[in-house]
Each structure stands twice: as C-alpha cells, then as structure tokens.
Design a protein around this ligand. Structure first.
Ligand code: ATP
Length: 291
C-alpha cells in the first residue's frame, strides 16, 4: 500500500520553560501542507527493511519508520512479522518540517492496516508519543494546537485553506541544538495561542500574518545568515507573515492564493542556487480520525 506523509509548518510556537526531563514545555499551532513523502509498505517474510530515495537518510534502526515498525511488533507480540518500507523523500530533511515524524505516523497507519491490528485512535496516539513529540500530530495532520513537549494534541476546525511558499536553505538545523539556544526572557503562559486559534477557526487569513510567532527563530537567525536571506526573498516577493518553521531552516510566507504562491515560487527558483529548495504548498486536509 502507498501512504502519503505530509510536511507540517508551525504557524506559532512559544516555549514556556524547560522541564526537569530536559524537554521544553511548548505551545504550538501546526498545519500540514501538501508537500509529501510517499511510503510504500509491503509485507515480507521476516524482519524490517527500510529503503529511502534520499541517501542522507539512515535506513537502519535510526530511521523513524523503522523504529515505528519495531515498536508495533514488540508491543503486540507479533514475533518476527516482516515489513518492507520504501520512502520516496520529497520533504527536505532536518528542515523543521517533521519529515521523519510524518514517516513514523504513516508507518503506524500502514502497519495497522497491513497486519489487521484494529488499533484505535488512542492506541495509535500512545505509540506515536513514544516515537517523538511531533508524531501524534502527524498521525492525523490538519490544524491543531499541541502542548506538553508537543505530544498532547487538540485538533481545530480551521475554516478555509491557506497557501504558502516554502524556502529551504541547504542547512541541517537539529531541533536539539535550536531548543538549547533558547533563553527564557519572561514567564509566559500558553494564552498567546488563543488569538491565532480563533483566527484559524474563523478562516481570517487577512489577520493571520500578524499572529505568526516562533520563539526559536532569533537564535537560529543569529547563527545562520541564510535564514534572513530566505526571509528577505519572501518579503521582497510581497509576502506577508514570513516565518521560520519549527527549528528551521525552512521558512514560509503566506500567499494570497494558490496561483500567487506558484508564481512567487517559480520566480524564486530562478533566483536561488540549485541547492535551495522552493515549494508552493497549500493546507492539506486532516486524515480521517474515525479509526
Ligand atoms: P522536526 O520538525 O520534527 O524537528 P525535522 O523536519 O527538523 O523534524 P527530520 O527531517 O524529521 O527533521 O529529520 C531529523 C533527523 O531524523 C535527521 O537526522 C534524519 O536523519 C533523521 N531521520 C530518521 N528517520 C527519518 C525519516 N524517515 N525521514 C527523515 N529523517 C529521518
């Protein structure tokens, strides 16, 4: 079977403090977009075999899809039931777009079907939370507010759909590094997310640009001038609401509509080096949660 694994962007991410377990307490509003990897999942006699079109992605036990398969097999006592997973990678890696987390989430859905496990949403959410902070959100995608270390997800009924241009400079910024550079300036609570949530529920794209926020952006910008260059390219193209996604380095801008996003992306592709990747993307629908 083939499953799509969608990229996400963080429209807002606030860090509330560092926790005793080393993670940060966050509140973030995320949206999946129609930039996707494809996962081809097939049964095999025994073992887990992962292949990936991008040679920079590990295919052994470090791969999140591989880890998802091992976790499911161990948790449900499935012996050495085999699976082969091929990942056709389109989402830039280590870019702040949750490519790996999405692959893990798609693998959970795929194995649930392939092995006829009958796992319900709560079972899948529990497994996803063990695999990584963004994996529970990636299970169903759409628009949601995530809290805790990102694993507690409340889905929103966002009105309408949005179009964006994504610019990905050729950098790998790990989440751990970006989070470690953050310094708390003020004591915060999570109420900052309420405004952007209501704007998304109302489908008020005109007000969205002024609500975007990323606490991780200042430190990553300071270390990597490419972030400011990417932001400048999008701002010069007339885009509003230009922001880094997650721990970066992917940067997005909010486009008036899909046609404008495609026009701007095509223009920017002619102005950046081939190693920079530019995408016109739109909101992707939420995966059916009634499992
Ligand atoms: P996030 O926004 O969740 O922090 P990211 O987009 O910044 O994620 P990923 O593309 O998920 O980062 O990759 C992060 C790391 O995970 C990389 O070091 C990569 O080698 C590793 N990785 C493991 N499995 C995968 C996978 N299936 N796809 C991509 N990267 C993977």
């Amino acid at each position: 079977m083939t499953l799509h694994s969608f990229a996400k962007i963080n429209l807002s991410i606030h860090l509330l403090g560092k926790r005793p377990d080393g993670y940060h307490e966050i509140v973030t509003l995320m949206e999946t977009v129609n930039l996707a990897d494809d996962l081809e999942i097939t049964g095999q006699e025994a073992g887990t075999t992962v292949t990936c079109s991008d040679p920079s992605v590990p295919t052994d036990g470090r791969n999140l899809a591989h880890r998802a398969a091992v976790l499911v097999r161990d948790r449900y006592g499935l012996g050495d039931r085999g699976v082969r997973i091929h990942i056709e990678k389109r989402i830039p890696v280590t870019a702040g777009l949750a490519g790996g987390s999405g692959n893990a989430a798609a693998t959970l859905h795929g194995l649930n079907a392939l092995w006829s496990l009958g796992l319900r949403k709560e079972d899948l959410m529990g497994l996803a939370g063990e695999l990584g902070s963004d994996v529970p959100f990636c299970l169903y995608g759409g628009v949601a507010v995530a809290t805790g270390r990102g694993e507690r997800v409340a889905w929103l009924d966002a009105a309408g759909s949005r179009s964006y241009v994504l610019v990905c400079p050729p950098l790998a910024v790990t989440s751990g590094w970006a989070y470690s550079r953050w310094k708390m300036e003020l004591t915060k609570d999570g109420s900052c997310i309420n405004l952007i949530s209501s704007v998304m529920q109302a489908g008020d794209t005109g007000r969205l640009a002024s609500c975007l926020h990323n606490d991780l952006e200042p430190a990553v910008r300071a270390a990597y001038p490419e972030i400011d260059r990417a932001k400048g390219l999008l701002a010069d193209a007339g885009m509003e609401g230009v922001l880094m996604s997650g721990s970066g380095p992917a940067v997005f801008g909010l486009a008036p509509d899909r046609t404008a996003a495609e026009r701007i992306a095509s223009d920017l592709r002619g102005r950046v080096e081939p190693s920079w990747r530019v995408f016109a993307v739109s909101s992707s629908p939420r995966r059916n949660a009634a499992v």
